[in-house]
Ligand binder design. Structure first.
Ligand code: F6P
Length: 318
């Protein structure tokens, strides 16, 4: 039987809403929750705080994580892992919920397989690159934040009849770029998962120009190229003026969308229920509106997404 669990977080929109759901579900089972401050570093340093129903009130709409986060180099070492185990023992943690992307979930998998700790993951990353999981927390908000920025860029692109190259995040995954490009009505998108020809893009721009189409927005996924290089190449090949925008970390922040809050409520609740039912070394996921479990050893594998149908649609409609 579980009496006390810990929770570790990375930051993106929806993480606080998931914490709220997790803590309140746990409270309904008289299960205590300790929040671990600054991710795996907090586990190593024994930096924990009690989370009760009241400590998670008023956070459903907040971006980031109230627990703070960090990329922990120390947790990659044997000494760091031993320190983390000591904290788990000293604080009487019967299990851990880990909310984050591939790095965080890899840490959870290691704790489960190497040290026998009971863990449950909640996929949360704007990259949406957790394998076997359709929707990671934070991805929908990131698409909407980027789209809002893109709509503003479009105002200038249209008014001044300019070519814009806009770089979005996503690490090695093109999910965010593809969704933003399609939702934003962009002319093209350069994805890590697909080949592209700059010469072909430039031919299209020149042909469009000849027809009187003078404003273009090309999205670049950060895992594919930089906006600066692509813009310089377009100017080099066409002689046309370009502007760039690198959206950066605004995409990871902001108020979670309704979709992310509801996902957070369901995943936060399910993580506790599954842990209590004896499940471990898995992460919760929503598929076809039903909750399911994905083994962490699958979740941390590289995700291979195919964007051809959406890309064809973008090209047809642009
Ligand atoms: O994994 C989320 C993400 O925002 C990526 O999209 C991006 O490449 C990376 O993190 C940025 O990392 P950092 O915040 O450490 O600069």
């Amino acid at each position: 039987m579980l009496r006390r669990i810990g929770v570790i977080t990375r930051d993106c929109a929806g993480v606080n809403a998931a914490l709220r759901a997790l803590v309140r579900t746990a409270a309904s089972h008289n299960l205590e929750v300790l929040g671990i401050i600054r991710g795996y570093d907090g586990l190593i340093d024994g930096n924990l705080t009690v989370l009760d129903r009241r400590s998670v009130s008023g956070i459903i709409n907040l971006g980031g994580t109230i627990l703070k986060s960090a990329r922990s180099e120390r947790f990659l070492t044997a000494a760091g892992q031993q320190q983390a185990l000591k904290t788990i023992r000293e604080h009487g943690l019967d299990g851990l919920v880990v909310i984050g992307g591939n790095g965080s979930l890899s840490g959870a998998h290691l704790l489960a397989t190497k040290y026998g700790i009971r863990v449950m993951g909640i996929p949360a990353t704007i990259d949406n690159d957790v394998n076997g999981v359709d929707f990671c927390l934070g991805a929908d908000t990131a698409v909407n934040v980027a789209l809002d920025a893109l709509d503003k860029i479009r105002d200038t692109a249209t008014s001044l009849e300019r070519i814009f190259v806009v770089e979005v995040m996503g690490r090695d995954c093109g999910y965010l770029a593809m969704k933003v490009a399609l939702a934003g009505g962009c002319e093209d998108v350069l994805l890590p998962e697909q080949d592209f020809s700059l010469e072909e893009i430039c031919r299209e721009i020149e042909a469009g120009n000849a027809r009187g189409k003078v404003s273009w927005i090309v999205i670049v996924a950060e895992g594919r190229a930089t906006a600066r290089d692509v813009a310089a190449a377009i100017t080099g090949l066409t002689g046309l003026e370009t502007r760039i925008a690198v959206l950066g970390h605004i995409q990871r922040g902001g108020r979670p969308t309704a979709f992310d809050r509801i996902l957070a409520a369901r995943l936060g609740n399910a993580a506790v229920e599954y842990l209590m039912a004896g499940e471990t070394d898995k992460c919760v996921s929503l598929k076809n509106d039903s909750l399911e479990l994905v083994p962490l050893e699958i979740a941390i594998q590289p995700k291979k997404l195919k964007f051809e149908p959406e890309y064809r649609l973008l090209k047809l409609l642009s």
